[in-house]
Design a protein. Structure first.
Length: 227
């Protein structure tokens, strides 16, 4: 299949194409809708480039493994060029090695929110399954507000709750309460993204992470191990 090159237009989410949806249905059967939702997590932000090409590459590299799709989508959000590189071949026709991630996975403490953003508003956004646009539900929310919104969600499919200053500085809790999905935490500081080494054990942990980010008290950086 020829993989087209598309550049994401500013502010316009890029859904999975009908051609790729047909391929997903063949490969994943009953899990097709979930795979589409996971794939569309790449293509929702202005900096996401060559979206359809990356979607197609992820499907080829995942080889029918939904957990691999999740890993590759996370990697694409960090640097989509890695995904496209893994499809290349050397002069002998051999593909390059396909590591889980090319980045350093040693534990890290993310840098703090930049001083220039310390007084900026923080928006609480929710992205539900089968929706293409996040919904802003609060500005500079309290712990009680965050908890109310987090616990009002079903969490029976991939869901994202994000505390966002701008597109390069945010923290989210995501996943579902289904054992096959689980929960995860991710943050971006000045466009560099970090993922929690161990999954949050409960929605309460996600609430506390989000609230700490809103407070800018730094606990979100040190209470979890990030990679």
């Amino acid at each position: 299949m020829t993989i087209p090159t598309l550049i994401l237009k500013k502010g316009v989410p890029m859904p999975v194409s009908d051609e790729l949806k047909a391929q997903i249905h063949t490969q994943y059967g009953d899990q097709s809708d979930k795979v589409v939702q996971i794939l569309e997590y790449y293509g929702k932000e202005d900096m996401h480039q060559e979206v359809e090409r990356v979607h197609a590459a992820i499907l080829e590299l995942a080889s029918g493994d939904i957990n691999r799709v999740k890993e590759l989508v996370l990697e694409a959000r960090r640097d989509y060029r890695n995904i496209l590189y893994w499809l290349t071949f050397d002069s002998d026709g051999n593909p390059p090695p396909l590591p889980d991630f090319t980045r350093d996975q040693s534990p890290k403490i993310p840098p703090d929110i930049p001083d220039r953003l310390q007084s900026h508003d923080i928006l609480l956004k929710i992205l539900l399954p089968a929706t293409s646009e996040p919904q802003i539900v609060a500005t500079n929310p309290s712990r009680e507000e965050i908890r109310k919104h987090v616990y009002a969600l079903k969490w029976n499919d991939i869901t994202f709750v994000t505390a966002e200053i701008d597109q390069d500085n945010w923290l989210d809790g995501s996943g579902s309460l289904n054992p096959e999905d689980g929960l995860s935490g991710m943050c971006s500081i000045e466009g560099v993204q970090y993922v929690t080494e161990q999954a949050p054990e409960s929605l309460d942990e996600i609430v506390e992470l989000l609230h700490s980010f809103v407070l800018r008290n730094g606990a979100w950086r040190t209470d979890m191990v990030w990679t």
